[in-house]
Design a protein around this ligand. Structure first.
Ligand SMILES: Cc1ncc(COP(=O)(O)O)c(C=O)c1O
Length: 384
């Protein structure tokens, strides 16, 4: 019998310690490992960059939660992104979602362009636009989905994009940071690799920077593993342990945060100060049917615009008490930000530029009445 997600989240990679029986996994800090003979490491571990038992436990855990066969851990979400981009060659083309994390765009357009990789931004909800992009220009080797998109919360049909990309000979990567494996499972929909900024929901407490990949493809794992060691952007054993500890409560945190976000999105739609709310759980969301088919819950990220425009939005994000003005997302505490001036500043003037007055919320697990009261006070104060 296969365990349910909630059970896997608690147990995957968290075997009791073999020596002490400790039920919290041990942190193995050693940077190097004794060999029984020349070239004969004891349990496959020889040097901490190439492999470490604590990191391996985390890698097994993300593989299990994503329904993959391989997991790989990195020092940040962007280090995991970088590792995936090593799969490309000069002359290749990357097709990137036109609404995505600004740092992914920065890495592709400002760094990889120097090595002959071209990036085209496409609205992946528009399948005609994707078909055109796949058939034009140099070979499109990789399609990079981020869903729900950041920060406009569009939802991309993973299975449909995978089909189109595969027919054109391109790999499909899904940045599933906003959704987590509790909400959506891209590998089951045919994606080649799923990526997480584990800094966010997987660790869940704003206390670690980390990135994860999972795949079912042995050939990709071999290449990714080579580059993980060759480039060396691996998480420390302690960071690996922190991410694993967070993952054990993922299911309960996501349920609570998502139900808080749904209540807040609903409340915001009824406010005169608010002109538009973006949230996959709203009945008028553009991809309502897809949300219900692809996602277990609508998630805990939402964004909105104010009728009074950008100056009021700036005042709002500087006025809330419980919603902390900060970049990042996905932790127990609620955060608020202005993407155009913060997380997506590097996308200014690019195809990924976001509306100047857009406010993004990462809804946490506090009491929803307190969160709404906080927003209500700040909306009143900022929109007058
Ligand atoms: C959707 C998404 N992907 C990737 C990243 C990059 O992750 P990290 O900050 O851990 O490098 C972020 C960071 O905000 C993100 O929001």
């Amino acid at each position: 019998m296969t365990d349910q997600f909630e059970t896997l989240a608690v147990h995957a990679g968290a075997e009791p310690d073999e020596i002490s029986g400790g039920v919290s996994p041990s942190i193995q800090m050693s940077a190097t490992f004794r060999q029984d003979a020349v070239g004969k490491p004891r349990r496959g571990f020889e040097y901490g960059r190439s492999g470490n038992p604590t990191r391996q436990a985390l890698e097994r855990a993300i593989a299990a939660l994503e329904g993959g066969t391989h997991g790989l851990a990195y020092a940040s979400g962007l280090a995991a992104t970088q590792n995936l981009l090593y799969l490309l060659e000069p002359g290749d083309r990357l097709i990137l979602s036109d609404d995505a994390y600004g740092g992914t765009w920065r890495l592709a357009s400002k760094v990889w362009s120097r090595y002959g990789v071209k990036t085209d931004c496409v609205d992946l909800c528009d399948h005609d636009a994707l078909a055109a992009a796949l058939s034009e220009g140099p070979p499109a080797r990789m399609v990079w989905i981020e869903t729900p998109t950041n920060p406009l919360l569009k939802v991309v049909d993973i299975a449909a994009v995978v089909d189109m990309a595969a027919s054109a000979g391109a790999l499909t990567v899904v940045d599933s940071t906003f959704a987590t494996p509790f909400i959506q499972r891209p590998l089951e929909l045919g994606a080649d690799v799923v990526l997480h900024s584990a800094t966010k929901y997987l660790s869940g407490h704003s206390d670690v920077i980390s990135g994860l990949l999972a795949t079912r493809r042995d050939d990709l794992e071999e290449k990714l593993r080579f580059h993980q060691n060759a480039a060396g952007a691996v998480p420390s054993p302690f960071d690996s342990w922190l991410v694993m500890r967070g993952m054990r409560t993922l299911a309960v945190r996501m349920e609570r945060a998502s139900s808080n976000a749904a209540a807040i999105a609903d409340w915001l739609t009824g406010r005169a100060e608010v002109s538009r709310v973006y949230y996959p759980g709203l009945p008028d969301h553009r991809q309502r049917e897809l949300v219900q088919r692809q996602m277990r819950l609508p998630g805990a990220m939402l964004s909105f615009e104010l009728a009074a425009g950008e100056p009021a939005a700036r005042r709002l994000v500087e006025t809330t008490r419980l919603f902390t003005l900060a970049e990042s997302l996905g932790a127990v505490e609620s955060l608020i930000e202005l993407p155009a001036a913060m997380t997506h500043l590097s996308a200014t003037g690019s195809p990924l530029a976001v509306p100047a007055g857009l406010v993004r919320l990462s809804v946490g697990i506090e009491a929803v009445e307190d969160l709404i009261a906080d927003l209500e006070g700040a909306l009143r104060a900022s929109s007058t």
